[in-house]
Design a protein around this ligand. Structure first.
Ligand SMILES: [Zn+2]
Ligand SMILES: [Zn+2]
Length: 105
């Protein structure tokens, strides 16, 4: 099976997209295509927790349970920086055109 030029169908998700842009956006943003299998707590060597998703990691940090001393306030700053690379807030829910619209302030 080959992907033809002009075909904006994702066989993996069983979804069709109206144009190449939407399709590429989907591939780029969908966690299905960018699985984060093992996300370790990046802040502390002592913290050996493993997370299945970025949001689980965020929850861990927000809760103040992290050994690095991270809390919600520090996290807010950090999240903004990380969000530039679309690590945390993107991916899970944002997978549709509606999601794209939500991205626009
Ligand atoms: Zn897909
Ligand atoms: Zn931690």
């Amino acid at each position: 099976m080959t992907l033809e030029e002009g075909t904006n169908y994702c066989g993996k998700c069983n979804r069709e997209f109206k144009d190449a842009k939407a399709y590429k956006y989907h591939i780029k943003r969908s966690l299905k295509h960018n699985p984060i299998a093992r996300l370790r707590c990046p802040l502390s060597m002592e913290c050996s927790k493993i997370f299945g998703s970025p949001s689980a990691l965020v929850m861990h940090l927000e809760s103040g349970a992290c050994k690095s001393g991270m809390d919600r306030e520090k996290l807010n700053v950090l999240t903004k920086e990380l969000d530039n690379s679309r690590m945390i807030t993107a991916g899970e829910a944002i997978d549709t055109e509606q999601g794209m619209a939500n991205c626009v302030p």
